[in-house]
Write a new protein. Structure first.
Length: 171
């Protein structure tokens, strides 16, 4: 690419550091800010990766003039934040799941199409060898009629802190 793409991240949690590690390897990307409702958390992550902009709202983040926004927050906030970023004229890369309901997904897609912006959903495991092999077996009919699938993945996520379970777990 010949031009620099300005990127902001919304959400300074666990997955943000993974996105930042990948983005810093792309010579055409400039990460211009991190937005999180917890300003201290955003500032700590920004300092760790040498990023100047720290924001607590997308409205504040607009001054950084991002072209692309990564939505890395809990799923219940994906739709509203994506819609706001699209309204700002930004392309959006949203973590999975895209949203909590089909209706929210449809609204997000319609808004991106109307504004002629790219809306993309992260599927980090899609090209993992075990996943591609499993999908190949399903496509070839080796598994018969697939009714459900169980998937287990270990990661170094922080332990569940308790309290009400997020919607993705309730579902």
């Amino acid at each position: 690419m010949q031009q620099t793409v300005r990127v902001c991240l919304v959400g300074a949690g666990y997955v943000a550091s993974r996105h930042l590690a990948a983005l810093r390897d792309l010579p055409f990307v400039e990460v211009v800010g991190i937005c999180d409702v917890d300003r201290k958390k955003a500032a700590e992550l920004a300092a760790k990766f040498g990023i100047g902009g720290v924001f607590t709202t997308l409205a504040e983040m607009a001054d950084a003039r991002p072209q692309v926004v990564h939505i890395l927050t809990p799923p219940a906030s994906h739709c509203a934040l994506t819609m706001e970023a699209l309204e700002m004229g930004c392309h959006v890369f949203v973590e999975k799941p895209m949203a909590e309901t089909v209706e929210e997904c449809d609204r997000m897609i319609a808004s991106a199409r109307e504004k002629r912006l790219v809306l993309s959903v992260n599927h980090s495991m899609r090209f993992e060898p075990a996943v591609t092999a499993a999908l190949d077996h399903v496509a070839k009919g080796h598994c018969g009629e697939l009714l459900s699938a169980y998937y287990f993945r270990g990661s170094d996520y922080p332990p569940y802190a308790g309290g009400p379970r997020p919607a993705v777990y309730r579902q």
